[in-house]
Design a protein around this ligand. Structure first.
Ligand SMILES: [Zn+2]
Length: 272
């Protein structure tokens, strides 16, 4: 993996004049040449035609074991320049809101590749994979509809709320110019799939409780988690048994190796 973007910029500038097209070309070409599938390690395949919805995919063809049917992962690239932030913004522009919500429910929402690059020094600074299973209703924001005068009036956009995605689903590939070993990335990918399996509603609950635990010390108590009861109630207004749900998620997280029960009502987060 090479973080230098100079040659990608020279080539893109011969092809395009508009800075947004140049940025698109640079980041897509870099990702195609340098990134790998976090599940199987193969190079990512690029969707080529203009009607594409997502940017990259992998059908995991280099895996040595027998594949299950319809085993394919889609990826969407979202890139950010260094200025004005020197990292990713907390809100990342998404697609049309209703389409996004439908794709989440139907399980077709892609995993995301977040790329942060410095266009002046022409280098990649940070890259994250966001595992699709870690994106839930709580991590999708609804933007205000466009006004009457806009070209796409009444169009409602979405935004991805990076801070509402549990830490386990944010997998670092490059961190402040340092490349994370492929094995670490792939292990984390497998870990998310083990922890966040299940249907959309169940996953939402696990993920929301994980977000609460993310903010806690290595060891914490049931009462600590209960103190977020009203926040979780806001996210799940139809559920009248929030405390039962919390305990159930903690058991699932224990069974899936994310935490362990130390003693009655006391828990410890397990290392990656
Ligand atoms: Zn793959």
């Amino acid at each position: 993996m090479d973080l230098d973007l100079s040659s990608y910029f020279s080539q893109a500038m011969r092809m395009y004049n508009s800075s947004s097209q140049i940025a698109r070309e640079v980041t897509e070409s870099w990702a195609r040449d340098n990134l790998y599938c976090p599940r199987c390690g193969s190079p990512l395949q690029q969707y080529k035609d203009n009607t594409k919805v997502y940017d990259f995919y992998c059908n995991h063809s280099n895996q040595i074991f027998v594949l299950l049917p319809s085993s394919k992962d889609d990826f969407q690239l979202k890139s950010t320049k260094s200025f004005p932030h020197n990292y990713f913004p907390s809100r990342i522009m998404g697609a049309e809101y209703h389409t996004t919500v439908r794709s989440l429910r139907e399980g077709t929402f892609p995993s995301l590749i977040l790329l942060h690059y410095n266009p002046y020094q022409k280098e990649v600074r940070d890259c994250l994979f966001i595992h699709r299973l870690s994106v839930t209703m709580n991590s999708i924001g609804r933007r205000n509809p466009l006004g009457e005068s806009a070209r796409r009036r009444n169009w409602v956009g979405s935004e991805i709320l990076l801070n509402n995605i549990p830490e386990v689903g944010r997998i670092e590939v490059i961190q402040a110019g340092e490349i994370v070993p492929t094995e670490t990335v792939m292990n984390q990918w497998t870990r998310v799939e083990n922890i966040l399996k299940g249907d959309f509603e169940k996953r939402g609950w696990i993920s929301d409780v994980m977000r609460v635990i993310d903010g806690m010390q290595e060891t914490f108590t049931l009462e600590d988690v209960y103190s977020y009861e009203s926040g979780l109630e806001d996210l799940h207004p139809d559920n009248k048994h929030i405390k039962d749900k919390i305990r159930q998620q903690l058991q699932i997280l224990r069974d899936r190796g994310y935490l362990k029960f130390i003693s009655r009502g006391k828990y410890q987060k397990l290392k990656k």
